[in-house]
Every structure is written in structure tokens, then in C-alpha cells.
Design a protein around this ligand. Sequence first.
Ligand code: DAH
Length: 344
Amino acid sequence: MDIQKRIEELEEALKKELENVKTMNDLQNVKSKFLGKKAEISGFMKHMKDLSNDEKPAFGKKVNEGKQRLSALIEEKREALRKAAIEEKLRQETIDVTLDAPDFTPGGVHILNRIVEEIEDIFVGMGYKIKEGPEIETDEMNFEKLNLPKDHPARDMQDSLYITEELLLRTHTSPVQVRTMLEYGGKKPVKIICPGKVYRRDDDDATHSHQFLQIEGLVVDKNTTMSDLKGTLNTIAKAMFGEEREIRLRPSYFPFTEPSVEVDVTCANCAGEGCNICKQTGYIEILGAGMVNDFVLKESGYDPKIYQGFAFGLGIERVAMLKYGIEDIRHFYTNDLRFNTQFK
Ligand code: DAH
């Protein structure tokens, strides 16, 4: 038998069969058929015994090379199948970047934060710095240095949440006044606003929330007077509520200011005529203010003979409720998207 020719025939036969191989399984079957124990080529070695010693090496070499070529054909096909499988997988998993995206709704800034930002912008435009203080505050900062000693009846104005005898959740942003004046060391003018969360021991209802937002303002300088306060408040009321708004000051009492005032702005709904929102008064109360009490200046390291100041405190939820006609403060904190998304 011409062994060389037979091997070439086998190669041709294998190539033909490989053309029809589609899977690794098919390939494995073809491999057993051409190279397995029972394959024709595996039987060739049996002929060795019929050959002379001279012929044996050449014969063996031919058979082995033949096996290698068959094997190479199979491995080549295996590689081709593997590549095809990867390509098919990639094809199936391609992402069509030109497809329409499903609708999605980007989030927005909460209405309360937006109002805080708007008010900050107004004040920064007038040269104020923004200061923050801790929400867990000492009794000393929250009350005592603000002229509210222990057992002072005015402490009843602000029901408090105490953590220890000396620590509480701050009931207002006013302690940031004291902290800033102490930081400034009684030497330089102060012109700050302090936005932040405050806490009261209140039962939540339509107009009360145990947590709410305030913005405190403090200006301390030489020759600061009540008319500076009035002018500042007038400017702010107009910037916040509209050019047509007017303010009015009513005498009031806060331990940390003397004199103290409550500030009303003409009702945006009825322009001062009187309606349900302003309870027929034509005015809506928006903040407390006054000239900084000498006691507070002294406790904070400023000499009241040289420095005077004015301060004010504003509730953010109240501003938002007036601006947008919101009737229940709890809406701000229940995170109902139907409410939150109205202000985009
Ligand atoms: N701290 C007061 C409160 O929470 C508000 C206030 C009133 C702040 C008068 C002031 C002020 O700075 O001068 O009720």
C-alpha cells in the first residue's frame, strides 16, 4: 500500500467532513473518527512488523507526520468554531446606541433648599458671609449667652429636646451669632447669615414641625442703628416677595435683642386689602429681629460702647408656605413626589 497516498486521501476526506462541522460536539466525533483508537491511521502502525528494518523509520515518520497534519486540521477548525462562537455572542449582545432611551425623570432641588439658596444669593450680593454651626448645641450657646439663663421664663417660647443636662438639639440658629462673634474676637465687624436645621419639642401639625429650617442674620459694626435694620429688612422683603411688598415693624420681645420687633410684610395674596391668608389684616408676619442686646455683645466678646448690631431670624418653611400657598408644613417632609415635583 502507498502509505503516503493513503494519508493524503485521509486528509482530503477530513477536510470535506470538517466543512460540515458546526459544533464542538461534531468536531469531537470527527476527531475520534480520524484520530481515535479505531481510526484508520491508528491501525497503520500494525504494518510495521511486515517491514524491513531499513524501511521502518521512514514509514513511522510518514505516519506520525500524517497524524500531525490531521490533528492540525482539527485544531484549526476548533479555533474557527471558538471565534465564531464569540462573534455570535457579541452580535447578540450588541447595544444599539441609536435606540430611543426610556423616559427617566431627573431629580431636582427640594423647594426648601431652593429657597435657602435664593435667600443666600440675596445676602451674599449684599456682602454677607455664610456661617454654619452645630445642630447639637450646648445650653450655654443656645440659651445662656443669648440672655436666657436657666429658669428664664422666655425659655418656654422654645420647647427643647435635651440630650444631656448641657446638650440639646438647637432650638434656633441664634447660637451661631455667638459662635461667630467669639471667633471674630470682638475686634472686627460681623456681617453673616446662618442657615440651618433647628428642632423643637412640638407635636407636628399643619403649622408645627419638630424640625424646621431657619436663617439667622447678624450685623455688628460701629454706628449700627435700627434704621440699618429697617432698610436691610425692607430690601430683603422686596427681593424675596416682590418689589410691591412693604414691611411694618411691631414691637415685640426676644431676650437677645433690645429693642425687639416682629416684622410683617404686606400680603401677596390681597396686596394689603385683607383676605383669608392674612386673616384680614393685610400683613403677614415673616420674622423676628432687633438690636443685639448689650448682654449678648458682652458675652460674645464685643464692647457695646464701641460696637452695636442688629439681628434677625427667619423661618424658611413659613416663607415657602406664603410664597406658594402651601397650607400644611408637613408636606415638606413627607417626600411625596406629587408635592415635591410641583416646584420645578
Ligand atoms: N431665634 C428666634 C426664634 O427662633 C428668632 C429671632 C428673633 C432671631 C429675633 C433673631 C432675632 O436673631 O433678633 O424664635
